[in-house]
Design a protein. Sequence first.
Lengths: 203, 203
Amino acid sequence: MSEKRQQRKAEHRRRILEAALDLFARQGFHRTSTRQIARRAGVAEGTIFNHFPTKKDLLVAAAGQAVDEYLGEDLEALPKAGTLDVLRETFRSRLELGWRHADRIRFLLGELLMNQEMRQAYFEAVVLRLTERLEGLLEQRVAQGYVRPCNVRVVAGALVGAFLTFLLVALLDEERRLLSDPLEEISDELARLFLYGLQPQAA
Amino acid sequence: MSEKRQQRKAEHRRRILEAALDLFARQGFHRTSTRQIARRAGVAEGTIFNHFPTKKDLLVAAAGQAVDEYLGEDLEALPKAGTLDVLRETFRSRLELGWRHADRIRFLLGELLMNQEMRQAYFEAVVLRLTERLEGLLEQRVAQGYVRPCNVRVVAGALVGAFLTFLLVALLDEERRLLSDPLEEISDELARLFLYGLQPQAA
């Protein structure tokens, strides 16, 4: 395949996944047709099936891509310098990105929980990949001396969970009764919590 | 109302909620009829409507009761002594209880995410009450000197999130590829994380 054709193919794939995730999150998986996705992505309907045999494959791939975007560049900095500043800024930027895409996260998590058939595929494409990448990152930081030796699997789970909570509450709390603190304050407290813990002497 | 009649009424309510949550989690909200719930609870169908005008009210009340049970006695100990042992044991007992009821938690969270109509009622009955009780508990511990001064709202959210993750992963990870650690090891690492944080000098 020529380089140009490969580039066009990758671009099509990206546009299809983006359109699918957007439509799924707004109108549900079953109410979204591949025809609608093709129209929004600006490709022929057949092009979708060249990339993804079924609508379900499309959903799993889209979920995987969402995780990759979420684990982009600046998460790699977590916490390279081992300082409160770096950790706080990483938390802030990830929460901001998550809040922007909160409808997608709610949709993906909801499908994952409610749809037994899709649970296994999701688990591999999303949960396992997410924790494996975070675990690798944490292991590096332990080796570099920025993070104390720990069970990186458990710590990665706790970090992902703390984020998910704030993303979900942001979605549910439309009157901001619970999340009245500015993003900076939330990020600051999370950074202190995961760096210093709750012991009184660390205050 | 006589004391005996009041007791019977409370017992009926409890049995109805228990039966409802059990059936909802196993066969879904819409596929469960009030007739089925009445049969399992051992009450007349009309008794259900004396307590809960609609099936939706029943779901919201059941969700609230599940939270109360989860926040039972031994959570009040969190972390009264400020020691690693107490924190670890609290985590262990809560994770164990959650794993036992993991199907309910998955169902409640899934409904909450997917059903726009029910989101607000859930938010009040479940999310707000859960975080308010945890916040009160944390404020007490700060005043008693067991926990450093902190934004209790953010910390409560991070704690709830860490638990939710481990409950959800337990549900998804049927082959235990991710959660191969024993419950004791997970509880121990979570206690260390929230007490000491990840800073290298605390190792």
